[in-house]
Design a protein around this ligand. Structure first.
Ligand code: HEM
Length: 211
């Protein structure tokens, strides 16, 4: 028997802010999908997408919402620890916990890349770690699990939403989300690491890794 997470008000606010963050993440994932056909396509797509999210108001709102998302998520993770039962509840907690770790590091790296190192945080910034050994051993699982966790976490929410009325649909949605997430995560890591097409990283990106 699966146990629904408690604290409905906190969970409701966590879901509401996820909807706004989700608009950016959809665009961001579309950017990475476009990038499967080439480094230049990724960079060109991002140049267009930045017209939308690189407005100061949008960026500040996005970062604030993500901080709220991470804080409220970790609060629910800790508060419900002792009474959490069932595979899906634990899958939701594990994927949420990893997303919190990923997002704090990811946004911190993007902000530091822009402000401290003066880099254009485009495809080359994301891919540089794959060409600065031994950092590829960190970045491959780091990015793979980031994308997979996102899909699994959303899949868990879909599971809980359909549990009461159509439980089989919920299981199918969660399984489908995990499958699509794993495939997309693998393709993105392959693109960044140069397995799909040749990738060129300028020396000043590699210099941040002491290479
Ligand atoms: C392989 C996976 C990923 C890669 C390679 C990647 C790469 C990047 C890059 C290069 C930027 C800088 C964008 C810019 O300068 O315009 C960025 C920003 C960002 N990414 Fe990702 N990302 C990945 C996955 C994710 C996921 C799964 C999420 C959310 C769940 C996410 C959330 C964000 C956010 C919130 C920003 C900051 C946007 C801003 O305010 O400028 N990313 N990412």
């Amino acid at each position: 028997m699966e146990d629904l997470p408690a604290r409905p008000r906190l969970r409701g606010l966590h879901r509401a802010s996820a909807l706004f963050i989700g608009l950016f993440v959809l665009l961001h994932m579309a950017n990475h999908l476009a990038g499967l056909s080439g480094q230049e396509t990724h960079i060109a797509f991002m140049a267009e997408a930045r017209q939308l999210y690189r407005q100061p108001f949008v960026e500040v709102a996005l970062v604030c919402l993500i901080l709220w998302q991470v804080g409220s998520g970790l609060t629910m993770l800790v508060r419900g620890w002792a009474r959490r039962t069932g595979t899906v509840a634990w899958l939701q907690s594990a994927s949420g916990g990893y997303l919190a770790f990923f997002l704090v590091n990811h946004i911190g790296a993007v902000i530091a890349g822009r402000t401290v190192f003066g880099l254009d945080t485009d495809f080359r910034f994301a891919a540089a770690g794959f060409f600065a050994p031994p950092w590829h051993w960190f970045f491959a699982p780091y990015y793979f699990l980031g994308v997979l966790s996102l899909f699994v976490h959303v899949g868990c929410a879909a599971y809980w939403s359909s549990l009461a009325s159509r439980p089989a649909l919920g299981t199918a949605l969660l399984g489908g989300a995990a499958g699509v997430g794993a495939l997309l995560a693998a393709l993105i890591v392959m693109a960044l690491s140069g397995a799909l097409y040749p990738v060129a990283i300028p020396p000043h990106y590699l210099a941040t890794y002491g290479q």
